[in-house]
Ligand binder design. Structure first.
Ligand code: COA
Length: 155
């Protein structure tokens, strides 16, 4: 890991952020379009930015479904990776879920996505279901992960 980026701020995503995020969103598995998603009432989304700079470092986008927050997309720009930004965004998602009274946070990740799995597992997420050969292009399995909030003490 490189030095963590100092002064990273997390704030709710706005429509104005979407143009700047389009190229990054295109690299994220699942084809989630932040602009389309922000129009849905069930969407909750955040961006990470450097304090005092307009440059966005990454984003997280979720759906609020009944009593859980489903993480649909989480990504940081390649040049900002391994500097703690993904972890900060994930912490915001978990803290928002907790504050809203969610029972759990769930997500889906390709078995071979080492970086994402490392992040989620180190944050306490556990696999509760495997979708065999789920991804058509690669034939890879999808792992469904969850973080049970009642079983995880708040930091
Ligand atoms: C997954 C992703 C969001 C991680 O973002 P990041 O800003 O690099 O994450 P962080 O710097 O906060 O890293 C947190 C932890 O994740 C794990 N991790 C991150 N990158 C890793 C890598 N390349 N290899 C192994 N573990 C990695 C490590 O446990 C790391 O902690 P450490 O640096 O203290 O060892 C980023 O790699 C990304 O945008 N990937 C492309 C999009 C994607 O696949 N999203 C997930 C879809 S489910």
């Amino acid at each position: 890991m490189q030095e963590p980026l100092e002064g990273v701020q997390i704030r709710p995503m706005t429509l104005q952020d979407c143009a700047a995020l389009a190229a990054l969103a295109a690299q994220v598995p699942g084809n989630v379009d932040p602009r389309e998603e922000l129009a849905r009432p069930l969407t909750r989304a955040w961006v990470a930015c450097e304090a005092g700079a307009s440059r966005l470092l990454g984003y997280a986008l979720c759906w609020w479904i009944v009593d859980e927050l489903q993480l649909l997309a989480l990504a940081t720009w390649p040049e900002a990776r391994r500097r703690g930004v993904g972890r900060r965004l994930l912490a915001e998602v978990v803290s928002a879920a907790r504050a809203a009274g969610a029972a759990r946070v769930t997500l889906e990740v390709a078995r071979g996505n080492v970086a994402a799995l490392g992040l989620y597992e180190s944050a306490g997420f556990r696999c509760f279901h495997v979708r065999r050969s789920y991804y058509r292009s690669s034939g890879e399995d999808a792992l469904e992960l969850e973080l049970l909030l009642s079983a995880t003490p708040a930091p």
